[in-house]
Design a protein around this ligand. Structure first.
Ligand SMILES: Cc1ncc(COP(=O)(O)O)c(C=O)c1O
Length: 396
């Protein structure tokens, strides 16, 4: 076994099935292992490294901030936190931000806010949250309860009471599940881990209408599809539908851990001082990272670049489908695409890795494409060529 992997296996808890690959450094959309082998990275830390690796503006700003202050707690204010909150609020439909450190934490914050809102507006019994089958919301007990896939919940019972699941993209099922105990509906506008399934526009429109009629919160989990991945800053903008609450993480920090839960004023008002907190939430370094990512997207043309390049990626994947019978479907929005195969994707991903292309699955039969948002056409083409050659070999 590779010595680093042997050392890691000795001391790191065995919660992941990892590839035998030690990644040491990166530049743009490429990463290198410790032996110097180069890989084109279509995983980006699972939709995290928005600006790729070794991005000069990102590094300059982070180093500058490190020289100022690394952490100061929410006993006090810090400037990057205020600036990032201003940016997020100005560019979205939300009024307030709560900062945390990960996607699951953003979901936890949303679940707590939903309960507080339900009790405040509709009374003590209004505590139920409806989530979707095949969803993924993270690994804390609350987030895993909201996750609509039994495989992640194995041996963890008892889970949180008051969270139920209905089929995704099915408005009738949702309507019949809503009762006077419902305080919120939680969904991913594009299901990620569940296999890259975008919501239907008419469905989301009806869900929005239902939530408004009943005065319950519409909560979008945009941990994976938010922050530029769809070509819009937020996934909800693609649909023209505004949720009341959103969970963000992954791409927001461009590789530095940060999460955020945002809410419209009427929902945000349900949280009072002391109701929720995080030691690291809104840390000045994490917020500096978030600021740089947002500035690149909004002020320096990265969103437009994503829009342009995602059209190209989709075209190339559709071309690939034409020539490869293993591909059943091409789905997704922006730089969050998936191809569904008529076979499990494990060996394809493994062989692509051997040929220098990193890919990640979403469910058993779907390969996911979530490259750094800075990827260009030439790099997309390079990845497609490697994938094409592997699929061709497999089809033979
Ligand atoms: C949609 C969605 N929500 C929540 C999470 C959990 O995020 P984290 O791993 O940062 O806790 C993920 C992670 O994959 C996700 O894709």
């Amino acid at each position: 076994m590779e010595p680093w992997i042997e050392r890691g296996t000795e001391v790191v808890m065995h919660t992941y099935n990892r590839f035998p690959l030690v990644i040491e450094k990166g530049e743009g959309v490429y990463v290198w292992d410790q032996k110097g082998k180069k890989y084109l990275d279509f995983v980006a830390g699972i939709a995290v490294n928005s600006l790729g690796c070794n991005h000069s503006t990102f590094i300059e700003n982070m180093v500058e901030q490190l020289h100022k202050i690394n952490h100061c707690s929410n006993l006090y204010w810090n400037i990057p936190q205020i600036e990032l909150a201003e940016l997020l609020v100005t560019k979205s439909c939300f009024d307030k931000v709560f900062f945390c450190n990960s996607g699951a934490e953003a979901i936890e914050a949303a679940l707590k806010l939903a309960r507080k809102y339900g009790k405040k507006v509709h009374g003590a019994d209004c505590v139920e949250i409806i989530a979707m089958e095949q969803s993924f919301h993270g690994r804390t007990l609350g987030a895993i309860t909201a996750t609509g896939q039994i495989k992640y919940q194995k041996d963890l019972a008892p889970l949180l009471p008051g969270i139920l699941h209905v089929p995704y993209n099915n408005i009738e099922a949702l309507r019949s599940a809503v009762t006077e105990h419902t305080c919120a509906i939680l969904l991913e506008p594009i299901q990620g881990e569940g296999g890259i399934h975008p919501a239907d526009l008419a469905y989301l429109q009806s869900v929005r209408q239902l939530c408004s009629e009943k005065n319950i919160l519409l909560m979008f989990d945009e941990v994976q599809c938010g922050i530029g991945r769809t070509g819009k800053l937020f996934g909800y903008e693609v649909y023209g539908i505004e949720p009341d609450v959103i969970a963000l993480a992954k791409g927001l920090g461009g590789g530095f851990p940060i999460g955020a839960m945002m809410a419209v004023q009427k929902a945000a008002d349900a949280f009072m001082p002391g109701d929720h907190a995080s030691t690291f939430g809104g840390n000045p370094l994490a917020c500096t990272a978030g600021k740089v990512v947002l500035q690149e997207l909004v002020e320096r043309g990265l969103l437009e670049q994503v829009q342009k390049n995602s059209v190209y990626l989709k075209e190339r994947l559709l071309d690939l489908k034409e020539s490869c019978t293993l591909i059943q479907d091409v789905r997704g929005i922006g730089l969050m695409m998936g191809i569904e195969l008529n076979m499990p994707v494990g060996t394809i991903i493994q062989k692509c890795m051997e040929k220098g292309l990193l890919l990640v699955g979403a469910g058993t039969h779907t390969i996911r494409f979530v490259p750094p948002l800075v990827i260009n056409e030439k790099e997309i083409e390079e990845g497609i060529q490697i994938l094409r050659s592997v699929l061709k070999e497999e089809a033979q």
